[in-house]
Design a protein around this ligand. Structure first.
Ligand code: 5GP
Ligand code: ZN
Length: 114
């Protein structure tokens, strides 16, 4: 998976503004933020998309969300609110094929975006 940009961010090969890391996930600021807070939370292991998940990933996916919840508190957006997005495939405009959870907040958002 050497061609995957998020694998390279997880390994440190490509620099990023990291905000959290543990044995399962890595979180860093989006290079092109769509809101005042825009953090990407990714599994450390390469999973291309939600459509590639297997049952053994259930704990990992739950962990992505509890990390997002804690980062929202740390960012000061827990009370004001935030949006969690996972894009899957072409119609959702998934650009990077390493599963990632977007944590967006710090402004009032319309629905749907884009
Ligand atoms: P997607 O549309 O695949 O859900 O979103 C991919 C996101 O990754 C985009 O918001 C884009 O700005 C972000 N991104 C792409 N390449 C990089 C990178 O090299 N570093 C960081 N920090 N974010 C990236
Ligand atoms: Zn990857």
């Amino acid at each position: 998976m050497t061609e995957c940009v998020f694998c390279k961010i997880v390994s440190g090969e490509i620099p990023s503004e990291g905000v959290y890391k543990d044995e399962l996930v890595t979180a860093f600021r989006d290079i092109n933020p769509a809101a005042p807070t825009h953090i990407l939370i990714v599994p450390n292991k390469h999973i291309a998309a939600v459509s590639e998940l297997s049952e053994e990933d259930e704990q990992l996916m739950g962990h992505l969300f509890t990390v997002a919840q804690k980062l929202a508190v740390k960012e000061g957006i827990s009370q004001s609110g935030y949006r969690l997005i996972i894009n899957n495939g072409p119609d959702a405009n998934q650009v990077v094929f390493h599963l990632h959870l977007h944590l967006l907040g710090g402004q009032k958002m319309r629905y749907p975006m884009g």
